[in-house]
Every structure is written in C-alpha cells, then in structure tokens.
Design a protein around this ligand. Structure first.
Ligand code: PAF
Length: 274
C-alpha cells in the first residue's frame, strides 16, 4: 500500500490509469470501514482510501482534538484489506489557507443529525468535494450507517454533475443486530446488552409499514416512548423518503427509518430501509 500526504505526490501515483474507487474516512477504523474497503474492490481496479480528521465538520461543542487518532493501526487494517493507496494529508496539505469557499447543502442539513450538529454537513460536503477533486475517482463508497451523509453527498454529486458513482455500503452489525460503531466501545456491559433494542424497534417499524400502517407519526412516537422507557434519551425516530429524507406522506416511494438516541453517554444512530 502506498501512502501519500502530499497532493502532488498522490496525483502522480494515481496518474490516469484504471478505475479508481475511493473510500474517504476519518481513521479510527473498525470492521464497518473495512467492509466498505472490500465492497469498494468490487467496483474498480484501484482502491484508494483517505484518512483525514476534518476540522470543518466538528461543531464548537464536539471535541476535534479528542477524536481518536490511530494511524498505525489503521494502516495495518487497510493493508490487510488490500487497499492500494492511502491518502493521509495533514491539515496543512488539505487546508493550506482558511477554507472560505464552502459547499452549502439544502435545508435538510439542519434536520435530523444536522439539528444537533449545526454546520456538520457543510463541513462534510466541502471536504468530500475537495477530496473528490484531488483523487478524481470514478466511484466513491460511503456507509449506509451514516444515511443522511450518504444522501447529502449523493445529491451533491448529482447536482454538481460530478462524474462519480456514489455507492452506499451496507452496515455491518453484531450478531444481535447492533450496528458497528466506534462509539459502541463507550457502552457499559449493561448498556451493551440493551443497545440492540434500537435495531429491533426499527425492524418493527419496517414490519408495520410493510403491513400497511401509514400513520408514521404514531409509529415514531410509540418507538421513542418505548426506548425512553428503557433508559434511552431519543433525539429522533423518523420515517422519511430515501431520496431526499423529506417527510414521507405514504409508502408509495422508497422509505427509510432513521434514529438517534443516547444510551448513557454514547449517542447511537441507526437506520433501516423499507
Ligand atoms: O464519514 C466520515 O468518516 C466523514 O464524514 C467523511 C465522509 C470521511 C468526511 O470527513
């Protein structure tokens, strides 16, 4: 695996050969990321990963400095997963001057995850567009675990006519259904035992909708109450359209149920497509 931090060096390694599949990350990699690398392999000849902890997508209350940096471990995992090239720029490489030109996503950036993380999707969209311009991939893979991020980036790519196919990578789950996340390591053993309830309840909503239930608000409220009765603090349970995450009026378009809830300190997110 070749590793580059400088943009010109990366560009000269990549040249114009082959079909490049790009998987951007912020490092601190777990099995969910590695599965994205494996899925990437199916879409092209050269898998390029990046590791960059992007200051722009952190809010003032989110600790950018405390984000775990595990570079050596991450490199080992990427090597083992057969990644060809790793782009790991420093802040000076990627933001040599203050980034004043920003990508401003539409109003959905202020809802769901955006409601608790103002400015987050502007920071994500800006860095991803910049990474796309540097790596110039034909395909890019983003996990479905961060469904809103995937939707924002897919729609950005389409609206800005970028010649890149966006692929949604399936979420990797523990045997009991809990979606893998670096935040799971902060759960106590009793919280870890409780955590799969989130995915179970999302599955129950899915079954209800497939069974003909159209009162989504009722389903959302009942699920939030049930979680909170088991010690969770729910931010949202939302049945939305897959295409743009707008409120769904019926089940005649592809839907997704999105959830974010706190169990103790960790805030867990999950979703299920219908
Ligand atoms: O999902 C992430 O790790 C980040 O938001 C991304 C897409 C790498 C942008 O910094």
């Amino acid at each position: 695996m070749q590793i580059h931090s400088s943009i010109p060096e990366l560009r000269s390694t990549l040249g114009s050969r082959g079909r490049i599949v790009f998987v951007p990350t912020m490092g601190n990699l777990h099995e969910g990321h590695i599965s994205l690398m494996r899925q990437a392999r199916e879409h092209g000849d050269r898998v390029v990963a990046s590791i960059f902890v992007n200051r722009l997508q952190f809010g003032p209350n989110e600790d950018f400095d405390k984000y775990p940096r595990t570079f050596e471990d991450d490199c080992e995992k990427l090597r083992a997963a057969g990644v060809d090239v790793l782009f790991a720029p420093t802040e000076r490489d990627l933001y040599p001057e203050p980034q004043q030109y920003l990508v401003d996503p539409p109003e959905i950036q202020n809802q769901l995850e955006g409601e608790v993380r103002p400015g987050h999707f502007r920071g994500v969209s800006t860095v991803v567009l910049k990474l796309f311009n540097i790596v110039q991939p034909q395909v890019a893979v983003f996990g479905k675990k961060d469904y809103q991020q995937l939707m924002v980036l897919r729609n950005m790519t389409r609206q800005l006519a970028l010649p890149i196919d966006i692929v949604g990578g399936e979420t990797v789950r523990a045997a009991d259904g809990l979606a893998l996340s670096s935040r799971n390591s902060y759960l106590s053993s009793s919280e870890r035992a409780e955590a799969p309830r989130l995915n179970r309840l999302l599955n129950r909503i899915r079954e209800a909708v497939l069974g003909g239930e159209t009162d989504f608000v009722k389903l959302e409220r009942a699920t939030a109450v049930e979680l909170d009765n088991h010690g969770w603090k729910t931010d949202y349970i939302a049945v939305r359209r897959q295409s743009d995450l707008q409120v769904a009026r019926g089940a005649n378009v592809p839907l997704v149920v999105l959830a974010a809830s706190r169990l103790g300190a960790p805030r867990l997110i999950d979703n299920i497509e219908i």
